[in-house]
Design a protein around this ligand. Structure first.
Ligand code: URA
Length: 194
């Protein structure tokens, strides 16, 4: 018998009952997504941090506030037109990078989010997200700002993680902040053409 496709609500529910990796034991909340369910724009970050674990909402700390500002500069917001999630849904201790086994255990939830929404554009936020999709990634500085073919015919663009921008204050030409400005404008250009 053919399996009925799950809804995002059902996927979220099974994620909330998930103990496939050790992070299930230490989490306060599963951090599944925020924003509106839409088929145009999805942002995939790395992993929940302290504030995300506490609130159950992705990107609510300092880096998240900067991400919101960057997106809002182009008319993107969680209320209107963007869906945000992470490669893994539970916080790693001390905000370390997710381990391969944690990413593997959580992959089915990320894949389900993509399969259900089928976003036309996927923004990969930072090196951890990039490595989940590009097999041989030469590092974020080399791949950011370029378009790659993603799942279901989507276009994927890697961008710097906002926490990297928080550590690099310069706005000079060629600086991480300046490059981010180029990237978000390019994303808007393609978004408007869809
Ligand atoms: N950094 C991420 O990559 N994701 C979050 O949800 C918060 C911080």
């Amino acid at each position: 018998m053919q399996q009925q496709k799950l809804s995002l609500q059902e996927v979220k529910k099974s994620c909330e009952n998930c103990y496939k990796c050790e992070l299930g034991k230490s989490r306060t909340n599963v951090v599944f997504s925020s924003g509106v369910e839409n088929n145009k724009l999805m942002v995939i970050g790395e992993a929940p941090g302290y504030y995300e674990d506490r609130s159950g909402i992705p990107f609510v700390g300092k880096a998240g506030k900067l991400l919101d500002k960057i997106l809002e500069s182009q008319g993107f917001s969680r209320e209107k037109n963007i869906y945000i999630c992470n490669t893994i849904k539970c916080r790693p201790p001390n905000n370390r990078n997710p381990l391969p086994e944690e990413k593997n255990a959580c992959r089915e939830y990320l894949d389900a989010q993509i399969d259900i929404l089928k976003p036309a554009i996927i923004i990969l936020c930072g090196g951890v997200a990039v490595k989940s999709f590009l097999e041989t990634s030469p590092g974020i500085t080399k791949v950011r700002g370029r378009w790659y073919d993603g799942p279901h015919g989507s276009s994927m663009m890697p961008i710097f993680h906002p926490s990297y921008l928080l550590r690099n204050d310069s706005r000079e030409k060629g600086s991480p902040k300046w490059l981010m400005w180029q990237d978000i404008q390019e994303i808007k250009r393609v978004y408007d053409s869809i």
